[in-house]
Design a protein around this ligand. Structure first.
Ligand code: NAG
Ligand code: NAG
Ligand code: NAG
Ligand code: NAG
Ligand code: ZN
Length: 460
């Protein structure tokens, strides 16, 4: 930009440009500016990609990416380890009790109304609960952001939306590889290349569905991981084709892992209606049958009775009053959380009247459980190569993204200190000083040559 302005200035002043002394400095200055311009960033989530899913499948493209970049042993998702809460943690760097997207299901305890995952995407007040997703922060600070299918994309935040976006239709097939490639062509070819976006979040609904339907140990899940691997290869090829490899950082991660559910007479399932002393007549509102975590709002005066009936009723059911939830889960301090929270141990799910959830795999468990840990890989100009790093928390990805984009973060629960060792160390920290020095040198030279419009140019 500066180079262009100076060239225009040259024409106006109709001076012999080639003879003017500062041109070496100008090109040096220009390359300095180009070098200090922040790189673009692509955040990709493969839903339910457990940290170790690449261990029993050939994944040449993920292996290549690990060689070219950084691989974390795993990343710890926030609790509740389910899709919307965890993705909103990626986008805000806040724990679930702080951002308020406490479940995939929106509900109203007065009217008993519940909205499922897809419908909930359009309830602005549910998402816009005090935390701003990174797209909005980036836009406010002059960057261009986009999002494709990422949870939270459809909502409006403080009157603002992510300006470039694609929300999936209601009955979208989240597993279709052809569609995945069309989406990638759009994000890389149109959004990054043509429209010059700075940041895009891109979501894929697999291998979560394969893990639910067939279980995490199934051949179907392994096949889906190969589809993911092919997709990663396709993404990196597209980036190369558009000449973006040296200007685009990629983060690939996931919202949670997947655990095999135990059934078929092998175990005694958790069914609340069968628990002695527990009655649904004492319950005003219930959120049950959504996997390993349930919430109950007892009728007035019934809290203690319900709590005592459930506590210790099943060896694999943990029962908490909201305020006695372990602090490390960061899932107690929000008005949307109900007075009694039930958490099943790995392998179990919390059923209400009778078992209606027949998933072979599920998630939502305690984030200390290894099966809930998620995948994390990065590659790009700002990252080290062929490096394996220790685990960190998903909340720590947000400050890393803000740092990469050069934007000021909002209040966050994450820490850049936990992720910055993945970055290439900045060799020349005096870079800014050098630019300032070159600018002042230029200014002097130009002034002495009577380029009187220089101050104006400089302001641009
Ligand atoms: C739930 O419904 C009641 C009754 O219509 C309404 O007053 C309340 O604001 C609603 N709460 C939420 C969170 O939508
Ligand atoms: C977040 O939601 C809760 C409950 O729905 C509400 O009481 C609270 O005022 C909201 N906070 C903000 C900042 O939107
Ligand atoms: C996958 O998506 C493509 C492109 O939208 C479509 O033509 C094709 O029929 C889909 N395949 C299946 C199996 O649904
Ligand atoms: C910055 O540049 C000026 C002018 O060249 C120099 O005097 C100063 O020592 C530099 N400062 C640092 C921290 O490099
Ligand atoms: Zn998910």
């Amino acid at each position: 930009m500066l180079l262009l302005c100076l060239a225009v200035l040259c024409l106006i002043a109709s001076s012999p440009c080639a003879a003017a002394p500062p041109w070496n400095s100008v090109s040096e200055l220009h390359s300095l500016f180009t070098a200090s311009t922040k790189n673009k960033l692509l955040l990709i989530s493969f839903d339910g990609f457990r940290w170790d899913y690449d261990r029993d499948v050939e994944t040449p493209n993920l292996d290549k990416m690990a060689q070219d970049g950084v691989k974390a042993v795993y990343v710890t998702p926030p609790f509740l380890t389910i899709t919307s809460p965890s993705h909103f943690t990626m986008l805000t760097g806040r724990y679930v009790e702080n951002h308020g997207v406490i479940h995939n299901v929106w509900f109203n305890t007065t009217t008993q109304e519940k909205k499922q995952y897809y419908e909930t995407q359009f309830v602005d007040s549910y998402w816009d609960n005090g935390s701003l997703p990174i797209w909005i922060t980036a836009q406010r600070q002059g960057l261009k952001a986009g999002s494709l299918h990422f949870p939270g994309t459809a909502a409006t935040y403080k009157g603002e939306i992510v300006r470039v976006r694609q929300v999936e239709p209601r009955f979208y097939d989240h597993s279709n590889e052809t569609d995945w490639r069309l989406n990638i062509d759009k994000v890389i070819g149109e959004w990054f290349h043509q429209q010059d976006l700075d940041f895009v979040s891109l979501y894929f609904g697999e291998p979560d569905l394969a893990g639910h339907d067939y279980g995490p140990d199934s051949p179907e899940r392994r096949e889906m991981v190969q589809q993911v691997d092919r997709t990663v290869g396709y993404i990196r090829d597209k980036i190369q084709d558009h000449g973006l490899t040296d200007r685009l950082n990629i983060i690939i991660t996931a919202d949670h892992g997947m655990s095999k559910i135990l059934r078929g007479g092998l175990v005694e399932e958790i069914v609340l209606s069968k628990i002695p002393g527990f009655s649904f007549r004492d319950i005003k509102f219930q959120l049950l049958d959504y996997g390993p975590v349930g919430m109950l709002l007892p009728k007035e005066g019934m809290l203690e009775k319900v709590y005592q009936a459930l506590k210790g009723s099943h060896p694999h059911l943990r029962v908490y009053k909201k305020e006695e939830m372990p602090a490390r889960l960061h899932y107690s301090n929000h008005p949307r959380l109900q007075p009694i929270i039930l958490i099943a141990d790995p392998g179990y799910i919390v059923n209400g009247f009778l078992p209606v959830n027949f998933n072979k795999g599920d998630h939502g468990f305690d984030n200390e459980d290894m099966d809930m840990k998620a995948f994390f890989r990065v590659v790009g100009p700002d990252f080290q190569k062929n490096l394996i790093v220790d685990p960190f928390d998903l909340v720590d990805v947000y400050p890393l993204m803000c740092h990469l984009l050069g934007i000021n973060p909002e209040i966050t629960d994450g820490h850049l200190d936990n992720t910055k060792h993945m970055l290439v160390p900045r060799e020349n920290t005096g870079g800014d000083n050098k630019s300032k020095y070159l600018i002042s040198e230029l200014q002097l030279t130009l002034k002495s040559n009577h380029y009187e419009h220089f101050d104006q140019v400089y302001l641009i």
